[in-house]
Design a protein around this ligand. Structure first.
Ligand code: C2E
Ligand code: CA
Ligand code: CA
Length: 494
């Protein structure tokens, strides 16, 4: 679309120049013919690009929301279903709780894959999916949410009825399954959650059912209902919050930088990632301490620490784009943009040298502060990358409403490249979509040369991952910049 706008404006400029040029009466017919022909070409290209973006979006949407083996919704799919159910209930003034969620875990699936091979494993999964769909009349109620775990959105049933249903499900899984290698018995356990009104996140609702499933499996039982005690994390959370607060003050946090390369393997950017080495616990992963920090009011401080360090270190690498993760919590604060402005001035950096990574949920958030923050940040010159693309939401409609500069394909789509043909189809669908929308596309989590080769063949030019370079200290990136080949010398430096 941006290209169409750009060509349209040059045609208009040309026309305007011709009108004012001396001897314009001779050149005008030729220019007019050029303008008409140009406009027709543009119109055709525009239609084609709209059509392409619609078909790619529909295809990507299906692939992103369904499990290719069973054709059931995957985790994304069921999360969207629950989101939609909640939105509808809220708009109708009805009870927005998720009802019961049942997770069925297959006992011997891995054994079958290991001993009887892929075809048998896939045949078992397909048969189990058919059986589950036979139990529930509504489409899309059952989803495959893990290797050997299915989740079923049951609605409101009493505990007694759920116990009966769980027993039936286990019996259904105990019936022999025919495979190319003969008949096998899979076995199962069931975990049930009834998320209460405080649970407004579908991921959390499913996590509770999975915790119940683990409890059933650990007890070598077949059914368990979620109990808050299964969640051991509350005490740990409090302790971590206290320690993190201290870490922010005493300098125990630091940033590392992971290389991003272009199609020639040249280093073109780095992603800033936060690290915390706790004196008592050792290395605490950011996936643990950032959400805990944000839930306890430390989100802004953590975010500004990351930006400040990235601004300071970026001076070492002129020409590299430095990407910094920005969380929804930061964007929701009216203090964020003014604080970023102050940091830009303090470090005397150019915002156009930086990319802010946001997740899909941010774009779907109707919060006006979030949209205003994003507009302001773009206005300052920052570019915006959509992180973990494909993991969050099923609707891709937001992509045509909000301008982003880059899509980062989540590593869960990269990991199967070369192993499953559908993995390549997903990458192709996303790169087509990105091309139709005129945005850059980068693949995350590239761990081997085979993946990189497929990605490049499918038109994904930018890459990040352990194969390209592990997260490294600022000095490690200095060394990589100094090395004759920009990538590949970073592995030891993290
Ligand atoms: P992310 O933004 O998706 O960052 C990429 C994560 O994938 C990093 O984990 C990186 O070390 C890891 N990774 C990179 N290449 C590979 C690979 O080839 N294979 C595998 N398996 N993993 C790879 P890390 O550093 O643990 O960060 C995890 C998440 O924590 C980040 O995911 C991001 O969501 C969050 N995070 C990290 N630093 C910050 C920060 O400064 N601010 C905010 N808001 N979030 C951060
Ligand atoms: Ca990121
Ligand atoms: Ca990511």
């Amino acid at each position: 679309m941006a290209a169409v706008v750009a060509v349209t404006s040059s045609v208009v400029t040309l026309f305007a120049q011709a009108m004012h040029a001396p001897g314009s009466s001779q050149v005008l017919p030729a220019v007019m013919a050029g303008v008409v022909a140009g406009s027709l070409i543009l119109l055709r290209q525009w239609r084609k690009s709209i059509q392409l973006s619609r078909t790619s979006a529909a295809r990507s949407q299906y692939l992103l929301n369904h499990d290719p083996v069973t054709q059931l919704p995957n985790l994304n799919g069921v999360v969207s279903l629950l989101e939609e159910q909640r939105r509808r209930a809220l708009s109708l003034g009805e009870d927005p709780t998720y009802g019961a969620i049942v997770c069925v875990g297959l006992t011997r699936l891995q054994e079958i894959y290991d001993n009887l091979g892929h075809d048998c494993g896939d045949a078992v999964l397909a048969e189990i999916a058919t059986r589950l769909q036979g139990v529930f009349d509504e489409v899309d109620r059952a989803a495959r949410v893990g290797e050997d775990v299915f989740a079923i959105v049951v609605g409101s049933l009493t505990r007694a009825k759920l116990a009966v249903l769980s027993g039936q499900l286990n019996r259904l899984m105990d019936m022999p399954v025919a495979t190319p290698a003969g008949s096998v018995i899979i076995g199962s356990a069931v975990g049930v959650s009834f998320p209460d009104a405080s649970c407004t996140d579908p991921h959390e609702a499913i996590r509770q059912a999975r915790l119940a499933l683990s409890a059933a499996r650990n007890a070598r039982g077949t059914i368990a209902f979620f109990e808050p005690e299964f969640d051991q994390s509350s005490k740990l959370r409090l302790e971590l919050t206290r320690e993190l607060r201290a870490a922010l003050v005493d300098g125990a946090l630091r940033m590392v930088y992971q290389p991003q390369v272009d199609e020639r393997g040249d280093l073109v950017g780095v992603e800033a990632l936060m690290r915390w080495t706790s004196p008592v616990r050792g290395e605490v992963p950011p996936t643990v301490f950032i959400p805990i920090g944000e839930a306890s009011g430390l989100g802004e401080a953590l975010g500004l620490f990351a930006l400040g360090a990235a601004f300071r270190d970026s001076k070492r690498w002129p020409g590299l784009k430095v990407a910094v993760n920005v969380s929804p919590v930061q964007l929701k604060s009216t203090e964020f943009v003014p604080a970023v402005r102050r940091l830009v001035e303090h470090h005397a950096v150019r915002p156009s040298d930086f990319e802010l990574e946001i997740t899909e949920g941010v774009l779907l958030d109707a919060d006006p502060v979030v949209s205003a923050s994003l507009d302001d940040l773009r206005g300052l010159g920052f570019s915006i990358a959509l992180d973990d693309f494909g993991t969050g939401y099923s609707s891709l409609g937001y992509l045509s409403q909000f301008e982003v500069d880059k899509i980062k394909i989540d590593r869960s789509f990269v990991v199967n490249l070369g192993l499953r043909p559908d993995a390549t189809a997903i990458i192709k669908a996303i790169t087509d979509l990105a091309e139709a929308l005129g945005v850059k596309v980068l693949a995350e989590g590239v761990e081997n040369g085979a993946q990189l080769k497929i990605l490049r063949a499918e038109g994904c030019k930018l890459a990040q991952g352990f194969y390209v370079g592990e997260p490294a200290t600022a000095e490690g990136i200095d060394d990589a910049m100094a090395a004759p080949s920009a990538s590949g010398s970073l592995k030891a430096a993290a």
